[in-house]
Design a protein around this ligand. Structure first.
Ligand SMILES: *Cc1c(COP(=O)(O)O)cnc(C)c1O
Length: 357
């Protein structure tokens, strides 16, 4: 039976990425050695790093004046590196979920933090709008896709202050106007690569404005100067990321990917809305194209464990919802084929036939 991987992260990767990485684990670039056991300063790996950066730039159409970095520490370390490097006095944060809250908490270690709006009052089921960002902040931080609550900011915001975005779970899912951002970062393990590498796109001239001394490893400038080779980068995840980027280009790039993602999300949300046994948890206009959260509808709550079992028995893996929302979460990242989404829909329809009152 085919297993469909709906896991939120680490999550599904293209078969191409897994195959090419498996090959390189055995024999990397004809060296007769594993990619796990060669120098990161050898010409073969330098070529991998250079191509990954170049494809990153090409696929997201990154303008001049920005650097692309591959670091360790996960998105969670960026919660600290961003304020360390940018926050002199005051920063603004939009609180849209667990990850946004963690980022905000960390920034408070470095200066004054203004929470411009929060959707905590409704268990983060919507994206706040119509808030005011103070003019005198060093930057404004957003989480574009809320992996846990299944909400997403679908467009690039126009703001007057430097914009910083955690795009861990929606990077490469749509075209992004990078010129509107000062920093974009994310852990790679949702839509790009195995865990262990963090991508950062940083506008070079946003740096160097804070007075505090910054530890070498936490200073973006260090990694810009050394092309992400100041210390040993996560070699295997970077190799895998390059394979995903090649696959993405082959698929037609981010615009083509956005179209596929919209189709996949539409058929699943349509089923959730049409099937009387289920209901979505996120505000309709803010629904994520990547993480689809739903619960049993009123009157059918007691069937939750049974649907979980039924879905698992039919090959659906990783659809259990996060404990802070409950119910189910189907993560349908770039690598998830439409057929797998359809398989989940078929499962929901079958379950309806069995249980509709
Ligand atoms: C998963 C996730 C994180 C945490 O990433 P780590 O790499 O585990 O630190 C942060 N932000 C978002 C939006 C996420 O989905």
């Amino acid at each position: 039976m085919k297993i469909h991987n709906f896991s939120a992260g680490p999550s599904i990767l293209p078969e191409f990425t897994i195959e090419k990485t498996a090959e390189a684990i055995k024999n990397f670039a004809g060296t007769g050695l594993s990619v796990m056991e060669v120098s990161h300063r050898g010409k073969e790996f330098i070529a991998v790093m250079d191509e990954a950066v170049a494809l990153f730039r090409e696929l997201l159409n990154i303008p001049e004046g920005y650097s692309v970095l591959f670091l360790g520490g996960g998105a969670s370390l960026q919660f600290c590196m961003v304020p360390y490097n940018l926050l002199s006095k005051k920063a603004a944060y939009l609180n849209t979920g667990t990850w946004a809250s963690k980022a905000l908490k960390e920034a408070k270690l470095f200066g004054e933090v203004v929470e411009v709006a929060s959707s905590k009052d409704a268990n983060f089921s919507y994206i706040p709008k119509g808030y005011t960002i103070p003019d005198d902040v060093d930057y404004f931080h957003i989480t574009t896709n809320n992996t846990i609550f299944g909400t997403e900011i679908h467009e690039d915001l126009d703001v007057k202050v430097p914009l910083v975005a955690d795009m861990s779970s929606d990077i490469f899912s749509r075209p992004v106007d990078v010129s509107k951002y000062a920093i974009i970062y994310g852990g790679a393990q949702k839509n790009l690569a195995p865990a262990g590498v963090t991508f950062v796109i940083v506008k070079n001239d946003i740096l160097g404005k804070v007075d505090r001394p910054i530890p070498t490893m936490l200073n973006y400038q260090t990694h810009i100067n050394d092309g992400s080779m100041f210390n040993t980068p996560p070699v295997v995840p970077v190799f895998a990321a390059l394979q995903t980027l090649k696959w993405l280009k082959e698929m037609g790039g981010v615009a083509a990917m956005q179209k596929i993602n919209q189709e996949k999300a539409a058929i699943l949300y349509d089923e959730i809305d049409a099937n009387p046994l289920f209901k979505g948890t996120a505000n309709k206009e803010d629904r994520s194209l990547m993480n689809v959260c739903f619960v049993m509808n009123d009157g059918y709550e007691e069937l939750e464990p049974e649907f979980q079992k039924f879905a698992s028995a039919n090959g659906m893996s990783g659809i259990k919802g996060h404990r802070s929302v409950g119910g189910f979460r189907a993560s349908i990242y770039n690598a998830m084929p439409k057929e797998s989404v359809q398989a989940l829909i078929d499962c929901m329809r079958e379950f309806k036939k069995m249980h509709l009152k």
